[in-house]
Structure formats: structure tokens, C-alpha cells
Design a protein around this ligand. Structure first.
Ligand SMILES: Nc1nc2c(c(=O)[nH]1)N[C@H]1C(S)=C(S)[C@@H](COP(=O)(O)O)O[C@H]1N2
Ligand SMILES: [Mo]
Length: 369
């Protein structure tokens, strides 16, 4: 028997967890669908596709590549509709780009915003191959007074009571950058279904939400995009009523590849006493990473790590640090990054109610035996 339902019952508004409230089955279901990077995969310069984190708001849509078309419409002189083979025949470039979900770190905030409960692992680096969006926009002829470009995916669902197709707006100046791609390959292979096949947007330097998957529409707008994913979601704010600030580029962050071997249940690391080489990755969407510092004594002292090369402007950089674990006991390792634009990674949380753009330092528990 069916009964009338109120949309608030099954598509609830944003909420902050109570002081002692654990992760719910709903959040666990989200976490199992949207997996993170296993932190040992920080060892790879380029993340193998199956180990890259995933975040999909609704379902992975069924897109038939033969029937797929990309439309370029709105404030343009010549609207376009392209087939996949036409897109693939255009100039082809590859960029190595680190993607991080804007919600990464959310589950470690206190109080905790209820949503996809990421700890530290919503990150990955891939080689994305495709054609620059700028060439397509030039061909379409962008109107002189255009301000934003809206990107529409093929996926649909509900969010906080609002039925919608996943859609994000990007300022025109960003959309015209020559490294913004319509990508159809990942790490030299076809783009996998879960990462947006047949074509996704790549906006190097920006948090994940900007990189629209299953792209079907590009619309040039003469006014600012005011859709849900820009105006309601992805805002850094303290209270429910304030508009807050839009989430844009990735703030600097360093992650430690957990050393030694883990305990199955607690993930606490176990290492033998003596020399332990710590390694990891650091990235920023604002400017190249300029320094990484490591603390092995709960943040009391910080020492510089040795940086590897910056492989591409928006790809993570490796680092290493020689730790002498002289005494048995329990330790907490931390790392923090700074970029060339002067952004410093904080050790402690800067709370906001959606848990967006959190870059507080990771904590890795280690037992030295
Ligand atoms: N169409 C569409 N694009 C999307 C999303 C989505 O749900 N639908 N999720 C976004 C978010 S929030 C992130 S973090 C990235 C994740 O990309 P990945 O799953 O390839 O790692 O995709 C973005 N693009
Ligand atoms: Mo995300």
C-alpha cells in the first residue's frame, strides 16, 4: 500500500551531527559507494584509475557513447552539437592533475556536518587526456558580455528536497584557460564509467565539484550561474542563513603515506624502532607547493621535509622525511604544506557547516616497537 510522503522525510535538509552521534547507515552507504584513495596508494605518482577516489551525488548514469552529443549553447554566435568522434578529432592534450573532493576532512570536524564522511582520503592524481574547452568556445563565438559557463551532466537526483540534474557554473575567465579540458581518457585508457564516461570536464586547481562528469551541455551565460551546486551547496559558511563564500580552488594539503604495517581494525601503524623513512604527497590549487614540514611529537616541533620535483602545475609533489624512531611508544605523525602564494595549511580545523575545503593536518597513529 502506498501512502503520501513529504519530501523532507527522505531528502532531508543539511544537518550537523549531535555531540555523540555516530556515523549512520545512510552515511555508511554513501561512504561505501564513494570510496577514497587507500592511503598506501600515495606511493604512485599517478594514481591507478581503480584506486582514485570517487564521488558521485546520484547514480552513475547510463550514457550511450554512440548517441552522446555535447551541445554548446547560450550566449554564443554559433551553437554547436558534437559527436564523440568529432570531439576526439580535435587537438589532443594531456595534463596531470590532482583532484580533491571539497568535502575531504569533513568527518574529522567537530561538530560533524552530516554528509559523505571523508576522513583524509578523497584525493587522487591522474593523467587526463582530451581537448581544450577554449577551442570549442572560440569556435562557438562567446558573446562579449558573457560572464559564466554552466556545465550539465547526464545524472539526475534529489538533494535537500530539490530535484535536479548535476550542474555547475564556472567563471568565463576560468573556462577560457588553456588547461581546462573536455577529457575522454584517464591514465591513457578510456575514461571509466564512474569517472564520467564518455566525457568529463577537468578544471586544474579547483576542488572536485567543478570537474563535471558525464558532460552533455556547455551553456554560456550573460548573468552569474545561480544553480543549486553553486549557490546552495559548496559554500563555506558558519550559519544556515548566510550566503557564505563559494568553494573554488584547492587549499594546500600534505598527506603522509602511513608507514610500517597496519592493525586490521584500528589502522594504527606498527614500525620497528630505528630509522623510518616517511614519505607522502602535497598539493595546492593556488600555486606550487613550496614547503612541507613534519611533526613526530604531537605538533610540538616541526622539521622540513625534502621535496621532490613539481611534476605539473596542478599535480601533487612527493616529499620525504628521515625519522629516527629511537624510543618505543605511541606517536602521532602530522605533516603540513605551504604554497608559493602564501597559503599555509593549518594544524587544527577551521570549522564550517558544510565541511568544505577543510585542510587541517592529517594525524597518523604509530606504535614503535
Ligand atoms: N555529473 C557529475 N559530476 C560530478 C559529480 C557528480 O555527482 N555528478 N561529483 C563531483 C564531485 S563532488 C567530485 S569530488 C568529483 C569526483 O570526481 P571522481 O569521482 O572522478 O574522483 O566529481 C564531480 N563531478
Ligand atoms: Mo566532491
Amino acid at each position: 500500500m502506498s501512502r503520501p510522503t513529504d519530501v523532507d522525510e527522505w531528502s532531508a535538509p543539511a544537518r550537523i551531527a549531535g555531540a555523540d552521534e555516530g556515523i549512520s547507515a545512510d552515511e555508511l552507504r554513501l561512504a561505501a559507494r564513494n570510496h577514497g584513495l587507500p592511503l598506501e596508494a600515495l606511493r604512485y605518482d599517478v594514481t591507478p584509475a581503480g584506486l582514485h577516489y570517487l564521488l558521485t551525488h546520484y547514480d552513475i548514469p547510463a550514457v550511450d557513447p554512440a548517441a552522446w552529443r555535447l551541445t554548446v549553447s547560450g550566449a554564443v554566435a554559433r551553437p554547436l552539437s558534437l559527436r564523440l568522434d568529432e570531439l576526439r578529432a580535435r587537438p589532443r592534450v594531456t595534463h596531470r592533475v590532482t583532484l580533491e573532493c571539497a568535502g575531504n576532512g569533513r568527518a574529522r570536524l567537530s561538530p560533524r556536518p552530516v554528509s559523505q564522511p571523508w576522513l583524509d582520503e578523497a584525493v587522487g592524481t591522474a593523467e587526463w587526456t582530451g581537448t581544450p574547452l577554449a577551442g570549442l568556445l572560440a569556435e562557438a563565438g562567446v558573446a562579449a558580455d558573457a560572464v559564466d559557463v554552466a556545465f550539465t551532466g547526464a545524472d539526475r537526483g534529489f538533494e535537500r528536497g530539490v530535484e535536479q540534474t548535476y550542474r555547475r557554473g564556472l567563471p568565463l575567465a576560468e573556462a577560457l584557460r588553456d588547461d581546462v579540458l573536455l577529457a575522454y581518457e584517464m591514465n591513457g585508457g578510456p575514461l571509466p564509467p564512474q569517472h564520467g564516461a564518455p566525457v568529463r570536464l577537468i578544471v586544474p586547481g579547483w576542488y572536485g565539484m567543478a570537474h563535471v562528469k558525464w558532460l552533455v551541455g556547455v551553456a554560456v551565460l550573460e548573468s552569474e550561474f545561480d544553480g543549486f551546486q553553486n549557490v546552495t551547496a559548496y559554500r563555506v559558511k558558519q550559519t544556515a542563513d548566510e550566503p557564505g563564500e563559494a568553494v573554488t580552488r584547492i587549499l594546500p594539503k600534505a598527506l603522509i603515506q602511513p608507514p610500517g604495517v597496519p592493525d586490521f581494525q584500528s589502522r594504527v601503524r606498527v614500525v620497528g624502532r630505528g630509522d623510518v623513512e616517511l614519505t607522502g604527497r602535497a598539493w595546492s590549487g593556488w600555486a606550487p607547493v613550496e614547503s612541507v614540514e613534519v611533526s613526530t611529537d604531537d605538533g610540538a616541533t616541526w622539521r622540513p621535509a625534502e621535496l621532490g620535483p613539481q611534476p605539473a602545475p596542478y599535480a601533487w609533489r612527493s616529499w620525504r622525511y628521515a625519522w629516527t624512531a629511537a624510543h618505543p611508544g605511541r606517536y602521532e605523525l602530522r605533516a603540513r604544506a605551504r604554497d608559493a602564494a602564501g597559503h599555509e595549511q593549518p594544524v587544527d580545523q577551521a570549522w564550517n557547516r558544510q565541511g568544505m575545503a577543510s585542510n587541517h593536518a592529517q594525524r597518523v597513529s604509530v606504535v614503535v616497537r
